[in-house]
Design a protein around this ligand. Structure first.
Ligand SMILES: *Cc1c(COP(=O)(O)O)cnc(C)c1O
Length: 371
């Protein structure tokens, strides 16, 4: 027998594959009639832009042809939208691919990667897969106004001489919390110029807090700053896998060397471009989410649960010692949430904000289960 564990590089040997949660395909079959309520993966329940669907339909005629390896049209549209140059943009097969590649390119054995204790799970995976060492920075305490959110002072203090890369998410998954724009500007001013800071803004479109701001305008001030975005969440194209990064053109040029030439598929390219242009559809999703986010948080708090403040399309909710039993019983009733044991938050469940109907079904099931 071949010992493939031994053949793998040390970083990979210690890796655990990303935990995708329940087998949703099987659950969908089981609850085909009752309709499964899927609130585990932060997808957008309002669906993709009709313009994006039409663009996909039109592109089907050319599906036997390789996609544009440069993604030129999408890059030009994104550049105009965000006020940057196409050379400041890197397209990814979802932002997940890019998050992995930053570590692959900029960190290796002997290097450290810093991320907040309750940061997105992919950052640890990226560091380990690259053979680098993850150094977890302390998160804000549970009692804080931003429970378990990023502690920028703690992150700064965790940066050492071996640190190559820092990953942050704003707002963060799975906590839903955010940090203020002025705090981040002060943080960037203190980070050494040769440490690359990746700010993952997967949920940026959903924010409405007055103290939140995207890090995008800071990219021109700090060549070591990278901002990632995705079409998977507010733009509702998760199934197509399109994300992008904005950074200094020198940094992008280095990243381009490891990018698989056709990493963004032809349907993804045209759909993302069309979705970007359909501002009304995006705004409707955002408005629906923010109204339901508030209503669902209120309904859960009225039931005595602790709900972390959120600027995303999900809520991190404390269910206490019985959380895994509650979660399992909800699945039995066709309602899927995301368990948080993998984050060391076993007492919590992460709940995607659904449509009003989905949220009502969740609350009704919860009331039955917790009786
Ligand atoms: C969903 C999510 C992403 C997006 O991943 P894609 O690969 O673009 O679908 C990135 N970061 C965080 C924190 C997320 O929650």
């Amino acid at each position: 027998m071949v010992d493939f564990e031994r053949l793998a590089r040390p970083g990979v040997r210690e890796l655990r594959a990303y935990d995708p949660g329940h087998d949703l395909v099987a659950l969908r079959r089981r609850f085909a009639e009752a309709q499964l309520v899927e609130l585990g993966s932060n997808e957008n329940p309002y669906g993709a832009s009709p313009e994006a669907r039409q663009a996909i339909q039109r592109a089907l005629d050319g599906i036997h042809i390789y996609p544009d390896p440069l993604g030129g049209d999408l890059k030009r549209a994104l550049a105009a939208h965000h006020g940057v140059q196409p050379t400041n943009l890197l397209l990814g097969n979802g932002s997940h691919e890019l998050l992995m590649q930053f570590a692959q390119v900029f960190a290796g054995p002997g290097d450290e990667v810093v991320a907040s204790k309750f940061g997105f799970a992919v950052y640890a995976l990226a560091a380990q897969a690259a053979g680098a060492t993850l150094r977890p920075a302390p998160a804000l305490p549970r009692e804080n106004a931003m429970p378990r959110g990023h502690d920028l002072a703690g992150l700064r203090a965790s940066i050492g001489p071996r640190t190559k890369l820092v990953y942050l998410a704003n707002p963060n998954n799975p906590t839903g919390t955010w940090y203020a724009a002025d705090e981040f500007a002060a943080f960037m001013a203190q980070v050494p110029g040769d440490v690359i800071v990746v700010v993952d803004e997967a949920y940026a479109e959903f924010t409405n807090a007055p103290d939140y701001a995207s890090a995008l305008p800071l990219v021109t001030l700090h060549p070591n700053l990278v901002v990632t975005r995705t079409f998977s969440k507010a733009y509702a194209l998760a199934g197509l896998r399109v994300g992008f990064a904005v950074a200094d053109e020198g940094l992008i040029a280095v990243m381009e060397r490891v990018r698989e030439s056709f990493n963004v598929n032809a349907l993804g390219l045209v759909a993302a471009e069309a979705a970007l242009a359909d501002v009304d559809h995006l705004q409707a999703s955002i408005a629906g989410n923010s109204a339901q986010r508030e209503a669902l948080a209120d309904a859960l708090r009225a039931r005595g649960m602790k709900v972390a403040p959120s600027q995303t399309n999900f809520l991190l909710v404390e269910f206490g010692d019985h959380s895994s039993r509650i979660e399992a019983r909800l699945v039995g009733r066709g309602v899927v949430l995301r368990p948080m044991g993998g984050y060391g938050l076993g007492e919590c469940l992460r709940i995607t904000v659904g449509t009003e109907v989905e949220n009502q079904r969740l609350l009704a099931a919860l009331d039955e289960v917790m009786k």
